[in-house]
Every structure is written in C-alpha cells, then in structure tokens.
Design a protein around this ligand. Sequence first.
Ligand code: ISC
Length: 415
Amino acid sequence: MKLAAEATTPLTARTQPIPDPGDLTAHLPHPTALAWIHHGEGIVAWGQTARITIPGGPHRFTHAARRLSDLFAGAAIDDPLKLPGTGPLAFGSFTFDPATDGSVLIIPRHILGRRDGHAWLTTIGAPTADPLTLTRPPAPPTGLRWGEGTLSAHDWQKAVATAVDRIQGGDLGKTVLARDLTVQAAQPIDTRVLLSRLAARYPTCFTFAVDRLIGATPELLIRRTGDRIDSLVLAGTTPRGTTPGEDRERAQRLYRSAKDRREHAYAADMVRQALTPLCTDLHVPHRPQILTLPNVIHLATPVHGTLAAQHSVLDVLAALHPTPAVCGTPTAPALDLIRELEVMDRGRYAGPVGWIDTDGNGEWGIALRCAEIDAHDPTRARLFAGCGIVADSDPAAELAEAQAKFRPMQEAFQG
Ligand SMILES: C=C(O[C@H]1C=CC=C(C(=O)O)[C@@H]1O)C(=O)O
C-alpha cells in the first residue's frame, strides 16, 4: 500500500487552556477549515502538519491506523487538559467504496476546542504569533447556479425501480441509492460560511469539514472514549410535516411502517453483529426511537458498549463500514448494485468522517447531508443524498425523501 505523508518529525504539540471562545466557526482564519461540531462544542482546526493519503483496498483502515501511529509515536506532547480532543489529533474522511482512492487523514497545525466547560488551543509544530487572528473574513457564496448531477430525477427513479425488481427477485434484502446535484458559485466557496450555517441550524447533528467535504450528519457511526463506545444507527425516514399535528402523524406512520422498520432493522442488526465480537457488553435496544430534525424524521437506535480490548476507533470503523444504512444487505450484492445503478462515484459521501487522537479515541460520523467542493475548481460543489431501498419502496416517495435530505446543504449555500 502506498501512503503519502508530509510531516515535521518528530511531532511536537502544545495544548493551552484558553477563555471560552464562543462560536468555534467564528475563529477560523482561512476558507479551508477542518471541523467537528455538536451542540456548539467540539473542535475546529486549520493548517496542515501532515497529510496521509490512503488508497483503496480491503485493509485501508488498518494501514491508515498504522501510518498514523508511526507519526504520533515519537511526539513530544504538552497537554495539561488530557480531554477528548486535546493534544495532537488527525481529522479524517474515507471514501464510501472500499475499492476507491481518495481517503485522507490530516494532522492540522492549529486546533481550537471547547467541551464540558473547557476551552483550549493546540499548536502542532513551532509556536506562531496569535494564531486566532482572522486573515480573511468569511464571504457567503453568491451567484449560485444549480444543476442536476449524474442522473436526472426521472432516471434516478428508474434506477430505484430496477433496484426494487432485483430485491423482489431475491438477489438481496436492501440497497441504498444516492444521487447528486451540482452547484456553481461566482467566487471560490468559503467553507466557514457553510459550517456556521449548518452548526447553527442543525445543532443536534455533527457538523463536519475535512478536505473540501462539508456537511451536518445526524448519524454517529462510532464514538470511542477509552473503552466506552457509542453509535446512533439511522435508517427509515419521512420528510417533516408543515404543522406539529402533521409531524406527529408522520412520525407515528413511520414508526408503524413495516417497510421502514425492516429498512431500519437491517442496519441495527448489522451494527450489533459487527460490534459484538469487539465488546464485553453491548446494549442495542430492540425497538427504534424517533429522531426529529428540521428537515426529516428518522428511525434511530442508540447503541452503547464496552470494548473488550485496546481497539482504536479506526479498528472499530473497519468492523462497521459500510453499514446497511448507506450500502444495504448483504454487503457485497448491495455494493455491486450501487456501482451498477448510481453511475457515479460517491467519493467520500457516505464514508466515515471524523477525528482520532493519539490514544485511539475519536468521533466518526457517516458523511451524509454533505457537499464536496471540487478539488480543481473551488467555485463548484456536488451535493449528495440517498435512500434505503427495500422490496416495497416507491420511487416517487424515495425521490421526495432524497429532496428533503438535500435541504440542509442547499439552504447552507443559499443563506
Ligand atoms: C443515505 C442517507 O441516509 C441514510 C441514513 C438515514 C436514513 C436513511 C434512509 O431512511 O434511507 C439512509 O439509510 C443520506 O442521507 O444520504
């Protein structure tokens, strides 16, 4: 496996407690930013001390973990706080398809964090004068032009109908089909504006940015804090209603829908199976809960467990990804059908996104409700949304669901 890294060796890192900075996104000095924010807490970062690019392959998480621990190994760390997210860490984002290149881990130069009444600034490498000074004020995107992505709405519904036929024919139980939209802005897109809008409007989601991929995902793939792990499995969705009464009625219909409960059970069962061998105890409720977001209502299963051994958060990711929430079940035929019917490369959409520290702790979501800014043209981006497809899925209803899932990012662009 070929890994590219560029680093100051050996790594030095200093974490300093600081007064509460308030809104984390307001302190990002550059349009390119790294972020993981939940309920206004978390970490934002900028600059690059090291970058590990990870090619596709079956052992990509293991190899990424090994390369990262080589970089962290000789580090001289001054961290009086020793909290999750203090000290040096890497942000990461992996491609959805295990076979594709494009996964990345980035050790930033500066990290600003706030959590549980603490706030801190970590500098990796030589100290610099006042890293919290804005060098360029954020500029909202203007002159937006929207376009259909790889498949038109009509062709995507045809793909959904084909998937339903294959599922009814017995090839598989569930797949997940996604589509993309494109947006063109008049100027290079400033990540900070999108981040601050998403974090303010979707505080219960995990607002993230890693290497041009930005979004606010409701789905926590895995959080590892010492030997404790948490996950929030989502699958089964209905768009929000327009009144509280309609919301209640939609939530009840979702909860009672055999189709959505089956779609959800595939995902919750797989997470239980994947985590059981890694844990001494694992709690997966038998019935899902209702999770209401500003745009959609989901079926949700919160999972908690205790790890049996020293597995890093990347080891746990390797066991989980891709879950049926984004791929389907069984995994191999579901992935083949996605490759055949979507006709696009998902890139890092629906892949794991998050951060990992030197102890192997971290928080990783599934990169949903997101956009990827073009690597070669920073005025362009692609938005993604997908839906679980089972034997009785209706293409028109899935299209409406995908449109509701595009809303957070579309509105983040629009203001
Ligand atoms: C694939 C997506 O959502 C997944 C997560 C939650 C609910 C889903 C659903 O009900 O289809 C999907 O499995 C997406 O938002 O692009």
